[in-house]
Every structure is written in structure tokens, then in C-alpha cells.
Write a protein that binds this ligand. Structure first.
Ligand code: ADP
Length: 603
């Protein structure tokens, strides 16, 4: 069997046998998703017999010797050299060797080796080893941060520290305090399954992102979101255990007090709140995290409204803001564009259109008219929580407010078939993880996606401005435009996923140029990204430049103090340690797809 056929035909891993597996109740769906993905795959298999990419600053022989030394400490089977052809896999069987959705040449963001520590002590050993040999290491929990770089390190040839494979225990679930304590390899799927297994899933809910295969820790430290009222994961965590870049071990918050019993219930402890520096940074390796769980509110009801015109966006946002801030709209709801409604049906764009440039609006609307939801331009997905009498008060108010927009339509859920996307939003908003969202990646053959995610106030004029900016730049590069506004509490993230064929260098270049323009033009208007892909980190960090880049100077001071040898995830979120600074490591438009700089300080 060819390696492609092997990949396409392998069984989807399941929980509890595999820590990264799918829950059995989603297996059929996952298998169908996999078939769809492999049907659309034309990218030739990477068959390159490769030497490991050695990171700059160490000779190959020394590097190989150093890996041998680490193998003696962790066990040779827990140190894997990345010298085989790169296999992209798919969401559930994702690689930890590179970015499977790469927008650059796939040899750019690539690891030299992957190591699998099995305990706190072994994580410390890896860090001590990295300091001794000055080898960059890049921690991942699951490595499913797709659209933002996946498992890939920022510095080519870094040693990836895959924490999830051997450190994946749920250390505690506290059904009285509604909290849990997890290791990096615990996915939203696994946490949900554990609640079910203990008969607690009716009692307490998890908060899951659109797809549940990410790590609770990985998603939270990258400040990901979910869709119950607990949506802001970082705001909902309580307590970290962290291995610092110099190998020391700390606990944050109440965890610093020996014998405490409030580590997961009071996030701050005493003194400076240090947790913040461990999110979207490269200041430590998080090996335990406390997370809050939501009590079952005693009932829930999903609702969906559609709005006919593009111009409805601005008045809709004006209606949403007061409702959201006063918690009548209770979850981080989504306002999605009709193009996504079509794409999430899982069919390739070629089903609808094969001409040049973006799929015409008339074609999208004609396709939407054929769906159970019917034609529209914007769709709002939300959920009301609590027993019926509490829900009905909120739902009545929402209905009268939303219907102030001419042509607004409440979709009756009982008219929607079981596989309609609405039901996936319904599950997620009540803490049941899903895999449905994967479908829109099939829009392009060898579908990959990368996000532009600016933050703005919940205001009509901002939404319109960002929408117009996105549309104009997508048109410039001939790309389909998939905007969704995710409404937080007092702000919203616009999430624009550019879907591209990762086997087509010309489309990749167009997507990247479009993103660079988006970031630049949005910043000029005062909008910054809440999170970004490895390739854009330097550019995005550069937009947070107030007072002559004072914040980055502060981050660099912290970095140099905490990580004097610059071994931990150099360059992540644009934070370069002293050893790399001033040597051209930043990626900008001018670096033309090259991720490496000119050496590191040998001192
Ligand atoms: P997920 O699979 O949950 O989407 P990843 O494991 O890909 O998340 O992690 C997302 C990003 O967050 C990684 O690229 C990494 O830089 C950072 N990260 C993940 N886990 C840790 C951790 N335990 N400690 C420090 N940083 C982490």
C-alpha cells in the first residue's frame, strides 16, 4: 500500500485508547470528515528522505551527540529525530513535526526532533539539557493550534517538546467547587468523556472551542475561546504549575502556599498576578492548570436568526452590544456570513463555481436558497440558558430587538435536519464538543486555513469598516471572504479564515500577501489581532508599538531575565531573546518566506 493510501485508510484513533483520539460518539462523524478531506487531497506525498534540520548555533555532530545524551535520560524511545518524509495527516491524526497547514515552504517551520517527557522532572531535564547545549526547544500540548501554526516551532530546527503524549492525566475533578486540574495532553474531548464516565456531565459543563481536539492548556495559554457563558478560557483558569526556562518549578496564585485548598478557586494568591506572562509568550512551560467548570444552568435553548442584507451588519451590532453587555445574550455568539454557511456544508468551491476570482455573491445566495435555512447574508447563532421561565424573558426581548431589522427571520430549529450546522453550534454552546466545523476546510483542495483576527468594539461602524477592509483586500487577491464576528462581552473578534490550497504556491503567496495587508491596514485604523499565526507574529507584535515599542522592550527584559540563554520558543509572539536579536530573525514582507535569521550570538 502506498503511504498515501495507508494514511487515508488508517483507523481514526479513539479515546480512551489514544490521548489524542476522538470520543466514540463522534467516531462516525470523524470518519466521514476524514474521507472528505482525503477525497480532496491532490498534494503529492512528501517522500524526501531528510536529515534533521539542525538549529542555528550548533554543529550537526554536536547536535546528534546531544540528542543521544537526552535519549539516555528520557529513554531513547522518547526522543524522535525528524528525519522521515513529512506527513500532513489531518486534524485527528495531526503531525508534530511541522505546520500541516503551512503557508510557506513546509521545510520552514520544521522541528529537528520531538521529545516526549513523562513527568515534571523530565520536563526540567529537557530544559536543563537545552541550556547546556544552547538548543531551542518549543513546547506544545496537543499541537492542534491549526490556523495559527499547528505543532510547528517558530525557529527552524527547534526541538519540539510534545507534552501531551505522556502527560495527559486529569489530576482532579471537583464536583463541589466545579473545577478541575489537568495536564497538557487533556483535550476538550477527553475532559468531556471523563465527566460522562463519572456521571457528572449533567451536573457540570466544559467550555469547548469549535472543535474539541485541542488541549485545554494549549488553547487556554494561547487565549482561545469557547461558546458557553464561560467562553473566555484564560479568564476562567485558576492556577498554573510552570517549569521556567532555567529549569525551576513554580506554582502561581494560591498554589504557592503549601497546604492550600484554594488553588483552583482563587486565581490570584498574593502579590503580582504572574499568570499573565505565561500566556501568548515564551516565558515558561505550563505543566498543570486549574480550570473552572460551569454548573448546568437547568435548561438551555439555541436560537438562530438570519438577516437578508450585507448592510444589516451595522444596525445588528448596535442591537447586539447592549444585549450582550447586560448578559441578555449570554454566550460568545457568532454572526456568520453566508459564504461560511455554504462552505460549512463540506463541498468544494468547485461544486459552485469554477471561474476566476472569488465565488460571485449571486452564486452563493442561489446556493443558500437551496438550504434548509434559506437565503440570507448574516446568521446569528446563540443560546439562552436556565429554566423555561427565565429563558422566555430573554428570548422575547431578543426577538423584539432583532426583528427591528427589516427582513430578520427567526429560524425554527424543528425545521432543520439533524446534520445542519445549527445543531453543532447547539452542542458546543452546551459544552458538548464536536468536529463539524472542520468541514469548511474542504472548500479548497488540500484545504488549509489561516486566520486574521482583529479585535474591535461591538459597534456598527467598526464592524462595517472591518468588513469593507476585508472585502476589498480579499478582492484584490481573488480570495473568497469568510468573515465571522465572535462577540465577547465588551468587544468582538472578527475571525477571517482564508482557506487555501496548500499545494499551490501561487495561492499561498496570495493568501499571505492578503494577510500582511490586512494586519497593516487594520493597525492603521487602530485594530490589533488577539492571536496570530507564527508567520505573522513579528508583524502583529510590531503593531503594538505605542511609546516607541515600550511593551516589547519590557517583554524582552522579562525574556532575558527568565531565559538568559534564549532556549524557550525563541520568537514566539515576536519576543526574541538577546541571542537572536539584531540578526534578521523577524519575518516581514521583505523576508519573503524565509523564517531564519543570520545566526545566533555564539557567546
Ligand atoms: P492546541 O492543540 O490546544 O490547539 P497547542 O498545543 O498547539 O494547542 O498549543 C498552542 C500554542 O501554545 C503552542 O504553539 C505553544 O507555543 C503554546 N503552548 C502550548 N502548550 C503549552 C504549554 N504547556 N506551555 C507553554 N506553552 C504552550
Amino acid at each position: 500500500m502506498s503511504s498515501f493510501a495507508e494514511e487515508a485508510n488508517s483507523a481514526v484513533p479513539t479515546l480512551p485508547g489514544s490521548h489524542s483520539g476522538i470520543p466514540p460518539f463522534l467516531l462516525d462523524k470523524a470518519q466521514r470528515a476524514k474521507e472528505g478531506i482525503f477525497d480532496g487531497r491532490t498534494k503529492p506525498q512528501n517522500e524526501r528522505q531528510r536529515l534533521p534540520v539542525v538549529p542555528q548555533g550548533i554543529e550537526r555532530d554536536d547536535f546528534v551527540k546531544a540528542l543521544g545524551e537526552l535519549g539516555e535520560q528520557l529513554g531513547a524511545e522518547h526522543v524522535e529525530v525528524n528525519d522521515k518524509p513529512l506527513r500532513d495527516g489531518w486534524y485527528m491524526e495531526h503531525p508534530n513535526t511541522h505546520d500541516m497547514m503551512t503557508i510557506l515552504d513546509e521545510e520552514e517551520f520544521v522541528a529537528s526532533a520531538i521529545v516526549y517527557p513523562g513527568s515534571t522532572e523530565e520536563v526540567q531535564q529537557v530544559v536543563n539539557w537545552a541550556n547546556k547545549h544552547r538548543i531551542p526547544v518549543f513546547p506544545i500540548s496537543m499541537g492542534r493550534n491549526l490556523g495559527y501554526g499547528g505543532a510547528a516551532p517558530r525557529v527552524r530546527g527547534s526541538v519540539t517538546v510534545d507534552l501531551g503524549r505522556r502527560m495527559n492525566k486529569i489530576l482532579d475533578i471537583n464536583a463541589e467547587d466545579y473545577t478541575c486540574l489537568v495536564e497538557p495532553g487533556v483535550t476538550f474531548y477527553a475532559l468531556y468523556e471523563a465527566l460522562k464516565e463519572r456521571g457528572l456531565d449533567e451536573h457540570m459543563w466544559i467550555d469547548t472551542p469549535d472543535i474539541g481536539g485541542g488541549s485545554v492548556i494549549g488553547n487556554t495559554v494561547d487565549r482561545g475561546v469557547g461558546y458557553t457563558p464561560y467562553g473566555d478560557h484564560w479568564a476562567c483558569h485558576s492556577g498554573l504549575e510552570v517549569v521556567l526556562p532555567t529549569g525551576e518549578l513554580i506554582r502561581t496564585g494560591m498554589g504557592a502556599l503549601p497546604g492550600n485548598n484554594t488553588w483552583q478557586t482563587f486565581p490570584y494568591g498574593f502579590g503580582p498576578y504572574s499568570d499573565g506572562i505565561f500566556s501568548q509568550s515564551n516565558f515558561g512551560i505550563v505543566i498543570k492548570m486549574g480550570m473552572t467548570l460551569m454548573p448546568n444552568p437547568g435548561g438551555h435553548e439555541s436560537f438562530m436568526y438570519t438577516f437578508p442584507n450585507e448592510e444589516d451588519l451595522a444596525p445588528l451590532m448596535e442591537i447586539i452590544r447592549p444585549l450582550r453587555i447586560s448578559n441578555i445574550l449570554e454566550n460568545a455568539a457568532q454572526v456568520r456570513h453566508v459564504t461560511q454557511h455554504i462552505a460549512v456544508r463540506g463541498l468544494p468551491r468547485s461544486t459552485f463555481y469554477s471561474g476566476p476570482g472569488p465565488v460571485p455573491a449571486s452564486t452563493i445566495h442561489a446556493a443558500a436558497a437551496q438550504t434548509p435555512v434559506g437565503d440570507h447574508t448574516w446568521a446569528y447563532y446563540g443560546m439562552a440558558y436556565g429554566p423555561p421561565h427565565i429563558r422566555s424573558h430573554k428570548l422575547t426581548l431578543i426577538d423584539s430587538e432583532f426583528k427591528r431589522i427589516p427582513g430578520a427571520k427567526r429560524i425554527d430549529p424543528s425545521t432543520l435536519p439533524a446534520d445542519e450546522y445549527f445543531w453543532s453550534r447547539d452542542r458546543i454552546a452546551r459544552g458538548v464538543p464536536d468536529i463539524h466545523e472542520l468541514r469548511w476546510v474542504n472548500w479548497a483542495s488540500n484545504g488549509a486555513h489561516i486566520a486574521f483576527s482583529p479585535v474591535s468594539p461591538i459597534r456598527g461602524r467598526d464592524a462595517s469598516k472591518l468588513f469593507a477592509l476585508g472585502r476589498r483586500l480579499h478582492d484584490r487577491y481573488g480570495l473568497d471572504f469568510f468573515p465571522a464576528f465572535i462577540v465577547g462581552l465588551r468587544e468582538m473578534h472578527l475571525i477571517v479564515e482564508i482557506v487555501f490550497d496548500r499545494a499551490d504556491p501561487e495561492r499561498k503567496a496570495a493568501a499571505l500577501s492578503c494577510l500582511r495587508d490586512l494586519v497593516e491596514e487594520a493597525a492603521r485604523e487602530g485594530y490589533g489581532e488577539y492571536r496570530t499565526h507564527l508567520v505573522l507574529m513579528d508583524q502583529v507584535a510590531g503593531t503594538y508599538a505605542w511609546n516607541d515599542g515600550a511593551l516589547m522592550k519590557f517583554n524582552q527584559r522579562l525574556k532575558d531575565a527568565l531565559d538568559p540563554n534564549g532556549i524557550l520558543a525563541p520568537g514566539r509572539c515576536g519576543i526574541w531573546p538577546k541571542r537572536y536579536r539584531g540578526r534578521g530573525w523577524e519575518m516581514t514582507r521583505e523576508s519573503e518566506g524565509r523564517s531564519e535569521g543570520n545566526g545566533v550570538d555564539p557567546a
